[in-house]
Design a protein around this ligand. Structure first.
Ligand code: KG4
Length: 351
């Protein structure tokens, strides 16, 4: 089944084409340069960029997939959650395309896309895991710029949030720490690169809420502690600039604290629920320190860890929405009235 996927939930314009689980194209037009001067996503600018970028991204997705519009069997679009005025652009486009091609429309929850991204297969049909190999209930870990959640997946379409951040998301915490180190926006990936050469034990930072008794995490306290540390170092050296070694050690110490904060709760979740399989998704899933530490943790509990075959499938992208759409199409979950589909920025996960 050929699915056209569309995601404009935040600041990336993405259109993809999939054939069942196989990703034929996954075009992502990043708006990082547009939002960088403001240090965060500016909704009006995001909307305008989505409107400008969409036609080209759509064209490229079809070209790279080597399919014509007529071959599309269904259109899957992110309905929510996300930025209302960004979502609006994708939903409007999806409605227009579905009407023009007279094809069914599938509404997808953005997080559901991240949960199923490990099922996406490359051009030769290889995927980290296949649908019939999944052992439910499984644990889905979503680590993105806007969200940090631990979700128990009893089957696709049925989710229970068992833990989440009570303040900042993990990606957001990385970006704020990166900013304090002068690493640009969004600085998560760059911070993790600096951390590779640093000593994670160089500076002591807290692991907030480690003994909270629940599966929630918090990053606000860590962010404040990091700000204090950075300010102290600058005051001591009487310089606004860090040395290369200081940046690397600060990055490594922050990364270790931020990720251990999450892993303490992941361990607890696996022990409490007895999960045998763990799925990692979201932009921070590209972080190799997280992948390595999580792999050891999961293996020590005789469980298996899966993450998407490419980092393009970790960040916000439309191929994961197309895959989630394909799973919904198998259950005949199409939008009843195409013209009535509206974006829902607060859309909750189906239970
Ligand atoms: O899922 P995503 O594309 O979109 C949002 O939810 O916004 O995630 C983007 C986030 C950003 O905060 C970015 O800095 C972070 O993922 N990120 C990373 C890494 N790569 C991307 N954070 C830490 N380490 C990385 N390697």
């Amino acid at each position: 089944m050929i699915i056209l996927g569309i995601d404009t939930s935040c600041d990336d314009t993405s259109v993809a084409v999939t054939d069942d689980f196989r990703v034929l194209s996954n075009i992502i037009s990043s708006q990082d340069d547009i939002h960088a001067p403001w240090g965060g996503v500016v909704p009006n600018l995001a909307r305008r960029a989505h409107e400008q970028n969409f036609p080209l991204v759509f064209k490229q997705a079809l070209e790279q997939a080597k399919i014509s519009e007529k071959e599309i069997d269904a259109i899957a679009v992110t309905q929510g959650h996300g930025l209302a005025i960004s979502l609006e652009v994708g939903v409007q486009q999806a409605r227009d395309i579905a009407t023009r091609l007279q094809k069914p429309l599938i509404a997808v929850h953005h997080s559901e896309g991240h949960f199923v991204a490990s099922l996406a297969a490359d051009q030769s049909g290889h995927a980290p895991i296949m649908l019939n190999q999944i052992k439910f209930p499984a644990l889905a870990i979503l680590v993105a710029g806007g969200q940090t959640q631990l979700v128990s997946v009893s089957s696709f379409g049925h989710y229970e949030i068992i833990g989440e951040t009570v303040d900042d998301a993990l990606g957001e915490a990385f970006d704020k720490a990166a900013r304090l180190l002068g690493l640009g926006y969004p600085g998560g990936a760059e911070l993790s690169q600096k951390a590779v050469h640093g000593n994670a034990k160089a500076y002591q930072l807290p692991r907030p809420m480690r003994n909270s008794g629940d599966l929630n995490v918090s990053y606000a306290g860590l962010k404040t502690a990091f700000l204090r540390l950075v300010t102290e170092i600058k005051a001591q050296s009487q310089s606004e600039e860090f040395t290369t070694e200081q940046i690397q050690d600060l990055a490594a110490s922050f990364q270790c604290a931020a990720i251990e904060t999450l892993l303490i709760k992941v361990k607890k979740a696996i022990e409490m629920y007895g999960f045998r399989q763990v799925f990692l998704g979201g932009g921070v899933a590209a972080n190799s320190f997280l992948r390595d530490r999580l792999t050891s943790l999961v293996n020590n509990h005789a469980a298996q860890l899966f993450f998407p075959y490419s980092t393009q499938l970790c960040r916000d992208n439309a191929a994961m929405i197309a895959v989630a759409g394909y799973l919904k199409a198998q259950k005949n979950e199409f939008v009843d009235n195409i013209n009535n589909l509206d974006r829902d920025p607060q859309l909750t996960l189906p239970q």
